[in-house]
Write a protein that binds this ligand. Structure first.
Ligand code: GLY
Length: 347
């Protein structure tokens, strides 16, 4: 078991990797806890939940809305949750985003922590303090920065994930490897079989490595004014691809990474060997889906990216395996590159 601390200066968040999730009771107050989860997680693990009131949501990104937030708040009021309450999110990315957001605004903020049940939430969504919901097609445009007191990542829970959900989480893990951990790239290249078999010990190690990198970036720049932007590798193209094709998040990010790797090469930052190595890794895990999105739609959606600044985007490229670099690139250039890339791909 490993404990990783995120110290932002204002708050400490402890991420526990490898312990059994049932140990969460030791981290909770004796009373005043309210659990937020989804129907799927409740069906699998509800029988072992600590004996506190449970608020259930429907599984899936469709629940990440202000109307679900309103319903959860109504239920908290009905339960009589006061300022001393503790919100425990048990679930994947959607549950953690919602539970963290509700905890940040309910009665102007109450304590909260997570049991993170999916690979995507263990390596990404539950770690980092961004909590929020979508507005229509726009992802995560309403939200807060607030760190959970703890996150429990029990890698035995990964064994029950549907294959697609697991792969989507692996794509985010590969993202971290490509921008920040060349040794993790090597582990992923050499251990495809064990990773796909969800080997508990290997996953404990790879999940912990991934979180350590993210924790170091978040501790340096919690509010994403600089260094934290590297975590958006694959996201500038990935979010529009996700919105239009309704993919699970990791697959869209993988499609965005593929484009970002080619662009890194085009710009003379990445050499041919490393370009091939990075693309081969995505290919080995089969995480890049077939997708459709016109240049026009790409332009429209990148233009509405919440991370846009004027007519440009802080775009994440790589100049080596594990070495990101952020460049301000105009939306025109990004859309031009995208359109040419798609044209060449089809010919
Ligand atoms: N909660 C996800 C993040 O902060 O990146």
């Amino acid at each position: 078991m490993e404990k990783i601390i995120i110290d932002t200066g204002d708050s400490l968040s402890g991420i526990v990797v490898g312990g059994r999730w049932q140990a969460v009771v030791k981290m909770l107050p004796e009373s005043g806890v309210v659990i937020i989860t989804d129907d799927n997680v409740y069906d699998k693990y509800g029988i072992d939940f600590p004996a506190f009131p449970v608020i259930k949501i429907r599984p899936g990104e469709g629940s990440k809305t202000l109307s679900t937030v309103g319903r959860i708040i109504d239920e908290l009021l009905k339960i009589g949750a006061d300022r001393s309450c503790f919100i425990l999110g048990i679930g994947g990315g959607v549950v953690c985003d919602l539970a963290g957001f509700v905890a940040s605004i309910y009665l102007r903020g109450v304590r909260f922590g997570f049991v993170s049940t999916s690979l995507l939430s263990q390596v990404d969504a539950s770690v980092g303090g961004k909590n929020g919901v979508d507005a229509g097609l726009y992802k995560n445009v309403i939200g807060t920065f607030r760190q959970p007191e703890f996150v429990i990542c029990d890698t035995t829970m990964l064994s029950t994930l549907p294959a697609n959900e697991y792969l989507s989480g692996l794509a985010e893990m590969l993202k971290i490897a490509l921008i920040g951990d060349a040794a993790l790239v090597e582990i992923a290249e050499k251990n495809y079989g064990a990773i796909m078999e969800r080997d508990r010990h290997l996953m404990m190690d790879t999940v912990a490595r991934t979180i350590k990198y993210k924790a170091s970036v978040v501790a340096e720049d919690e509010r994403e004014s600089g260094a934290r932007r590297v975590l958006n590798f694959g996201h500038t193209y990935g979010h529009p691809i996700e919105m239009v094709n309704q993919f699970q998040h990791g697959f869209a990010v993988a499609a965005g990474m593929e484009l970002a790797i080619h662009l890194s090469f085009e710009k003379g930052l990445l050499d041919n060997n490393n370009k091939r190595r990075a693309l081969k890794l995505l290919d080995q895990y089969g995480v890049v889906p077939d997708y459709e999105i016109s240049g026009k739609k790409m332009e429209e959606l990148i233009s509405r990216d919440k991370k846009r600044s004027g007519n440009s985007v802080h775009f994440v490229l790589i100049r080596d395996i594990g070495e990101p670099i952020i460049e301000k690139i105009s939306i025109d250039e990004l859309v031009g590159f995208y359109s040419t890339f798609q044209k060449n791909r089809k010919t």
